[in-house]
Write a protein that binds this ligand. Structure first.
Ligand code: COA
Length: 288
């Protein structure tokens, strides 16, 4: 018999003891546990069996309130293939429904076939594929005509997005702290207000959304959290702008998370890349 319940502060050490070598590079649960435990708009779950803690997961309510984000599903290796993760997914979906959500999303590494199979078996559909790049080295300072968008650009940017293939294919999402949220008009207005939208061209022919505050315990990372551009010359402008920001801002790292298109990746692959990984974005619409 297993029990799924909200996490307690005292669960941490036992759970972390089997969340260490989950992936080839380790795991990140130790970096997010305290944050997830105290996060108001969400729930951290723990699974118990015979007095032992054998699994965990976290569900977060997305800012627009219509969706939930599923993350951090971990099952202790000796308890796998017994539908523990399936039960956790069901629990998180129930939680979302109770909170008025209409859909659930999650991201899975492109080489994590067990997890992909888990998602698909539970009715999740692939909505897009994304690439993560960590860019290093000391790139040369290059001139760029890209600029920070202001309120006068909003109509033009929104029009551009409505016609953009990349916007449609990326599931109309942007990334924040490894969660993919709806990139709607309201999000755009906030991004512009926060001076986080970089554009090229008049009329606009390229957009990058940036985040200067990093994520979790890594506050000094510059990130591109949405990238949408077709002409190679405009992509170069946007990347040069980012490089200059990175160098002048004395950030510890530059990360790029963007829709996985051949045209974007062939250019980005020319940069000095420390690591890269492909991710699959899954979504499940709730039946009303
Ligand atoms: C992925 C993981 C959460 C699955 O947990 P689990 O409790 O073993 O999964 P379930 O028993 O509920 O499996 C349900 C279905 O998922 C698929 N699945 C699960 N593990 C699988 C594996 N190792 N290989 C292939 N398919 C697998 C199967 O379709 C399975 O149904 P089946 O047993 O009838 O074939 C677990 O292996 C784990 O903790 N992995 C490391 C962490 C991780 O990858 N988390 C997800 C990050 S996105």
């Amino acid at each position: 018999m297993i029990t799924i319940r909200p996490a307690r502060r005292s669960d941490k050490d036992e759970i972390l003891s089997f969340c260490t070598n989950t992936f080839s590079w380790g795991d990140y649960i130790d970096r997010v546990w305290d944050y997830w435990y105290t996060e108001k708009n969400g729930q951290l779950f723990v699974v118990e069996s015979g007095g032992e803690k054998i699994a965990m997961s976290h569900v977060a309510i997305c800012p627009e309130g219509k969706g939930i984000w599923l993350e951090g599903v971990r099952v202790r290796p000796d308890h796998r293939r017994s539908y523990v993760a399936t039960r956790l997914l069901t629990k998180m979906l129930e939680y979302g429904r109770r909170k008025g959500a209409r859909q659930a999303s999650a991201i899975v590494g492109a080489t994590n076939f067990a997890s992909q199979s888990l998602m698909e078996k539970n009715g999740f559909k692939i909505i897009s594929k994304w690439m993560y790049y960590s860019i290093v080295g000391t790139p040369r300072h290059q001139e760029s005509n890209a600029r920070i968008a202001n309120a006068d650009d909003i109509v033009d940017i929104w029009q551009y997005l409505q016609q953009s293939k990349i916007y449609r294919l990326s599931g109309k999402r942007y990334v924040k702290s490894w969660r993919w949220y709806a990139f709607d008009r309201r999000a755009l207005l906030n991004f512009v207000k926060e001076e986080r939208v970089i554009v090229t061209g008049r009329p606009i022919d390229g957009i990058a959304i940036i985040n200067k505050c990093g994520y979790w315990d890594r506050a000094n990372i510059l990130q591109v959290v949405y990238l949408d551009v077709v002409p190679a010359s405009s992509l170069r402008e946007l990347i040069s702008f980012m490089m200059n920001l990175y160098l002048n801002g004395k950030f510890d790292g530059l990360q790029l998370v963007c829709y996985d298109s051949k045209q974007l990746s062939s250019f980005i692959n020319k940069l000095v890349i420390k690591e890269h990984e492909q991710f699959i974005l899954y979504n499940k619409q709730f039946k009303l």
